[in-house]
Write a protein that binds this ligand. Structure first.
Ligand SMILES: [Zn+2]
Length: 271
């Protein structure tokens, strides 16, 4: 890592914290059905409008010791956690992710490619959080992911980095996966599985590409089953109780994007 990369990692981390702070507002307002841009940040409990120094990512939470200054109600731990995770996402993207993006010498793509993956990372976080908190995936998040990845893939095919044949296979594979999820949704009588998951798998399949989307989906089920089992064992859940599935789809997709190629060659060496 060069020293410029290193020193710029600090403002990038702070930028990530600020974006994380914004994501908290976005997620909380989306859960309550409020407008995104209206109203100032306030305490969820007593409704007091927050001062600027109560809205500094991470620091405010630490200084206030996780409580509202006036009503002393505990602040949701989600706020500092999301800020920290977003900060880490930004630093990871800057320090490690950028190495992946340098595969192209097309000037326009050198900007579009990193921007695309950062936006995907942010959308992943938003979908993960909203589904975890409310067992619901807003349509706008799936639509945003869908158009983002479709335009990106078509663009890559157009400049010749991605083969049209691969794009066709990915579209076909994502459609088959979606049908499979629709089938699961129907046979579990719409209980084990949300229709949001059926819609979400399409853009996720398209992001992973064919045949890696199979690995990502398998990982989602495997991690989901493991976590479900642990929750039952520690008494947090009972058999038959549902757990939001989108967080596992996001985890499966992320592992697949990071390690899919190694996992695929492992699998091929094994059979
Ligand atoms: Zn309060």
């Amino acid at each position: 890592m060069g020293s410029i990369t290193f020193w710029l990692a600090i403002p990038i981390f702070i930028l990530g914290l600020a974006v994380g702070s914004f994501l908290n507002v976005l997620v909380m307002r989306s859960l309550r059905g409020e407008g995104f841009w209206r109203g100032r940040s306030h305490c969820d409990h007593c409704g007091r409008v927050l001062a600027w120094y109560e809205m500094i990512p991470l620091l405010s939470f630490l200084v206030l010791r996780g409580r509202c200054r006036t009503c002393k109600t505990e602040i949701d731990i989600m706020h500092p956690v999301v800020e920290l995770i977003t900060g880490i996402l930004f630093v990871w993207w800057w320090v490690i992710g950028f190495a992946f993006f340098k595969i192209t010498s097309t000037p326009l793509l050198q900007i579009i490619q990193p921007a695309f993956w950062l936006l995907v990372g942010i959308l992943f976080l938003v979908i993960f959080l909203i589904d975890l908190k409310s067992s619901y995936i807003p349509d706008w998040t799936v639509a945003a992911l869908f158009w983002l990845v479709l335009i990106y893939r078509v663009l890559l095919s157009w400049v010749g980095i991605y083969q049209v044949k691969d794009l066709a296979w990915s579209l076909f594979g994502a459609s088959v996966l979606m049908l499979f999820f629709l089938f699961l949704w129907l046979i579990t009588k719409k209980r084990g599985f949300g229709f949001g998951d059926v819609k979400l798998i399409f853009p996720l399949g398209l992001i992973m590409g064919w045949p890696k989307m199979l690995i990502g989906t398998w990982l989602a089920f495997a991690v989901g089953a493991l976590v479900g089992l642990i929750l039952i064992l520690i008494g947090q859940k009972k058999w038959g109780q549902t757990v939001p599935f989108a967080p596992f789809l996001i985890i499966g997709t992320t592992i697949c994007l990071l390690y899919g190629d190694s996992l695929l060659s492992l699998y091929r060496a094994w059979i």
